[in-house]
Design a protein around this ligand. Structure first.
Ligand SMILES: [Zn+2]
Length: 295
């Protein structure tokens, strides 16, 4: 069941990136209560965080458009009341697909300014060989920011900051400081090799810097929500950083020596990580190629 769920999520992720049809009917939106006022929701696309309280509901990311109705119902089952704000951690359709649907219900969408810029035009995600059409006007974030902002909302101090050129050029980290919960968007894939969308400005160097910045502010009690994969801890993030640094060091050294991509793949530099990171989505070879092209 778990595997099937994971499979559906990732086939939905691929579909969201433009690959075709999927079985939205089979998707169930499940949730985990992390703190009295904070929930992690999973379904089809990037993980979501729901923050409830007196000021009104606030959602981080909204998955693919095909499941918007289900996301709405799942939120209602947790807490009735209007969804006032959605923050998009980046532009990919498996994190912004519900924007237009919720906007019709009066929800305001917030994101880094590069998210809006990218959603206004057609994009190619080279790493997945996908072409994505521009988003409709109603899906575009209505509030944008450039570096960082702090919200005092629902009794939480929420720090939202941009991490440059990481998974894309418009990634936000959302840190619920009062509750010690952080949503990292696709800067963190927990237990699977990450996509670095180098055609949207992503780099492995930026991913590493972003993870290091987050690590400065977390402790062993922090709940860390990845864009994909299960809820994580500081130690999951530390392991992820070690894997990223290992791959960056090896690939850049071999690239400097003039090795071809095929030779770097053949060197099996990720062998020690493959059983944990390379079986659920991107294969080791795909990840090496992405790292190579993002250096
Ligand atoms: Zn993404």
């Amino acid at each position: 069941m778990k595997f099937r769920h994971a499979f559906l999520c990732f086939s939905m992720f691929i579909s969201a990136m433009g690959a075709g049809l999927f079985a939205a009917d089979e998707i169930h939106i499940s949730y985990t209560q992390m703190r009295p006022n904070l929930f992690m929701l999973e379904g089809a696309g990037g993980n979501m965080v729901l923050c409830r309280g007196e000021d009104g509901l606030f959602l981080v990311d909204d998955q693919v458009s095909a499941v918007s109705e289900k996301v709405k119902k799942a939120i209602k089952a947790i807490e009735p009341g209007p969804l006032r704000f959605i923050l998009n951690t980046h532009w990919h359709h498996d994190h912004t697909g519900g924007n237009e649907y919720f906007r019709k219900g009066g929800t305001l969408t917030v994101a880094h300014r590069n998210v809006r810029k990218r959603m206004m035009k057609k994009n190619v995600v080279e790493a997945l060989k996908r072409e994505l059409e521009a988003s409709p006007e109603g899906a575009l974030p209505v509030i944008t920011f450039s570096k960082e902002m702090t919200w005092h909302y629902n009794g939480e101090e929420i720090q939202i900051y941009h991490v440059p050129n990481a998974h894309t050029d418009g990634d936000s980290i959302v840190f619920f400081k009062t509750s010690n919960v952080v949503h990292m968007g696709d800067v963190f894939f927990n237990g699977l090799y990450p996509l670095i969308d180098y055609s949207s400005g992503g780099t492995i160097k930026g991913m590493i810097s972003a993870v290091k910045r987050v690590l400065k502010h977390v402790d062993s009690d922090t709940q860390i929500v990845p864009g994909h994969g299960p809820l994580g801890t500081k130690w999951d993030l530390v392991t992820y950083l070690q894997m990223l640094e290992h791959v960056r060091d090896k690939v850049s050294a071999m690239k400097k020596q003039g090795k071809k991509l095929s030779e770097i793949k053949a060197a099996k530099i990720t062998a020690e990580w493959d059983a944990t990171w390379g079986t659920k989505w991107l294969t080791p070879d795909q990840f090496i190629e992405i790292a190579y092209r993002s250096i």
